[in-house]
Design a protein around this ligand. Sequence first.
Ligand SMILES: Nc1ncnc2c1ncn2[C@@H]1O[C@H](COP(=O)(O)OP(=O)(O)O)[C@@H](O)[C@H]1O
Ligand SMILES: [Mg+2]
Length: 224
Amino acid sequence: MIDIRSVSVERDGKPILAEVTAQLDQRRIAVIGANGSGKSTFARLLNGLASPTVGTVTIDGFDPSRQAREVRARVGFVFTNPDAQIVMPTVGEDVAFSLRGKGLTRSEINARTSEVLHEYGLADFVDLPAHDLSGGQKQLLALCSVLVARPSILVADEPTTLLDARNTRLVADILMDLPQQLVVVTHDLALAARCDVALLFDGGRLLQHGDPAAAIDRYERELV
Ligand SMILES: Nc1ncnc2c1ncn2[C@@H]1O[C@H](COP(=O)(O)OP(=O)(O)O)[C@@H](O)[C@H]1O
Ligand SMILES: [Mg+2]
């Protein structure tokens, strides 16, 4: 359960999020709004990459700022640009790297790595340099490297913005089918429409929270 109560975020004295309150227990949550409306800051609150100036955020009762370890074990984060997230030379090494320091044996790490690469269609690329993958494949690799650690919540900040139409559809379909709770920041309104609930941000305020069709309609009518 994601519980956000009266959260404001200020940077350099400037309000970035104002009085945001939301209890999120739906499986697939879309976050929409114009550039600069505060979507990424909101997403970053969920894993402690950003902290509230005022108010509280809890994930299953844990505070991302003060209980970082518990929260990082629950919340995986995927960025727009997979190159920013891929840290090891090969596909297999990059996924395995996420399992370091978890007390797993080498063979457990290998088994979990190959399981997740099979699941998302990257098994044939295990020994390939990660940077030789296509844009869509790199985003799948970034996703694998997060999911292999088995988070219960996945936060994805514009995960399809850099992808072509075919890969956008591929990654969107995978995100929609995940068993995890998903919080996806997106400008892809077709993707937002497929979620269970949508949050519409405008100027750091949570303008609307509810039915995706209604939030998308308001976004298109008032803010585009
Ligand atoms: N660390 C920061 N310091 C100063 N300003 C910031 C910081 N992070 C975000 N902002 C500003 O806050 C506003 C909202 O940013 P962001 O959350 O990235 O919005 P979005 O993801 O909707 O584009 C923008 O005007 C951005 O420039
Ligand atoms: Mg953003």
